[in-house]
Write a protein that binds this ligand. Structure first.
Ligand code: DOR
Length: 443
């Protein structure tokens, strides 16, 4: 068992929705035969075999596009939450760039209604501005009253600095967080990949690193001015990581995330013009990837978030510049991050980072994002008697190959198709109920 308090060998007994006991294990940690449980299990208890596995608090994703309402051909809350549970997540924050946009109490209520019975807890984020148009603030207070804690115009940055300042001030008063999509639109222009030698060579318009860095620097200054809590979404450049490092050292109230794809892939993937690799912010240089990994190792970046962005084939099977940006990630994130940061057999993922362990990866994917999202009471552990039973059971040694058609997501746009990965979620338990058993979704 691994949680924020450390690791130990233990058996976990769950009754109803809560953990009732965590006792030193009667086993040695080697894989037991299916169905055989710890000798101390009460008669009639369902036993989930966790031999050879890590039992951890469920993962928490700060950044998933579940597309409902409005783009159900790409994903629904049902299919997206199933993908999340298979990936080990017990909670996800659903991005508001839906149709209609999640910018009012009415839409938040609708999303919460759709999320009843989902395979994981779904927490809608609200838009910062009405319709994500960047012109007028959305009614944040009425969304906060329904439990919304995170506001973002993700998909686009708030271009008007004065409006962003007001958003930070209002969010601060409401106890909410502004989650910032950092792209300055006039610099990003119509760019559809990282700006550099490769974009020139391929003849594709570039999206420069500075388009991210200008907004990161602006909003760090605004966070400092207002004292508000700022969270920076999907950082992708070395300059942005350096700016956050300095701001944290100066006491700015900021957290940041990076995505698995920005940790595992570089712009070189675009050499084939395959639109599956088109994403915003774009895949960057090897030096940027190294800086992101370093930022995760030294605590500059607090969380790994998927930016799971499903798109139907017709949105991707078009000319590169016309293709929708985004890639799915809920079912592959843990294995990709283990491969990139801890080092595994996954080809192309490198040897990992010195000092990185599965424990530290779980901090980045479970309890640290749970804290950022204000979900610590329910998600992210620690696993102690009385705590809600939101758990995942990870087999770190399990090798598997990503087969897009076998994924639970309605969409197939994974950049990791055909890749051999190591590490898979065996079981996921949501509020005491196993929603994934032996790698199979139960709902
Ligand atoms: O690539 C992206 N896709 N980046 C975003 O910020 C939005 C997302 C989407 O909604 O498809």
């Amino acid at each position: 068992m691994v949680d924020s308090t450390g690791s130990r060998v233990a058996d976990v007994l769950v009754r109803g929705e809560v953990i009732v006991s965590v006792e030193p294990s009667t086993r040695t940690g080697t894989r037991a035969g299916t169905g055989t449980g710890p000798s101390g299990a009460p008669a009639g208890a369902m036993v989930l075999d966790a031999g050879g596995c890590v039992v951890a608090p469920g993962l928490v994703d700060l950044h998933a596009h579940l597309r409902e309402p409005g783009a159900e051909e790409a994903e629904t809350i049902e299919s997206g939450s199933r993908a999340a549970a298979l990936g080990g997540y017990t909670a996800v924050v659903a991005m508001p760039n839906t149709e209609p946009c999640t910018d009012s109490a009415a839409v938040v209520r609708h999303v919460l209604h759709l999320a009843k019975g989902a395979c994981c807890d779904v927490h809608p984020a609200g838009a910062i501005t009405v319709g994500r148009q960047g012109r007028a603030l959305a009614p944040m207070a009425e969304m906060v009253a329904l439990g919304v804690r995170i506001f973002t115009d993700d998909g686009a940055g708030v271009q008007d600095a004065a409006l962003m300042r007001r958003a930070l001030e209002y969010a601060s008063d409401l106890g909410a967080i502004i989650a910032d999509h950092c792209e300055e639109a006039s610099l990003a222009g119509l760019g559809c990949m990282n700006e550099g030698d490769l974009s020139s060579l391929l003849g594709l318009p570039g999206r420069p690193a500075v388009s991210e860095e200008v907004m990161v620097l602006r909003d760090l200054a605004l966070a400092r001015l207002t004292g508000a809590r700022l969270h920076l979404l999907h950082l992708s450049t070395a300059g942005a990581v350096a700016a956050v490092r300095l701001a944290k050292a100066a006491g700015t109230n900021v957290t940041a995330e990076a995505t698995p794809h920005h940790l595992a892939l570089t712009e070189d993937a675009l050499a084939t013009y395959d639109t599956v690799f088109k994403v915003n912010p774009p895949l960057r240089s090897a030096a940027d990837v190294a800086a992101l990994r370093q930022g995760l190792c030294d605590g500059t970046i607090d969380a790994v978030a998927t930016d799971h962005a499903p798109h139907p084939p017709e949105a991707k099977q078009v000319a590169f510049c016309d293709a929708a940006p985004g890639m799915i990630g809920l079912e592959t994130s843990l294995a990709v991050v283990l491969g990139a940061l801890v080092g595994a057999d996954g080809p192309g993922l490198g040897d990992g980072e010195p000092g990185m362990t599965i424990e530290r990866v779980l901090a980045l994917m479970s309890w640290q994002p749970a804290r950022i999202a204000g979900l610590s009471g329910a998600h992210g552990g620690p696993l102690v008697p009385g705590a809600p039973a939101n758990l995942c059971v990870i087999d770190p040694a399990r090798s598997w190959t990503v087969v897009p058609a076998a994924l639970a997501s309605h969409s197939r746009n994974t950049p990791f198709a055909g890749l051999a990965l190591r590490g898979k979620v065996r079981h996921t338990v949501l509020a005491g109920e196993p929603v994934v058993i032996a790698e199979e979704a139960q709902r």
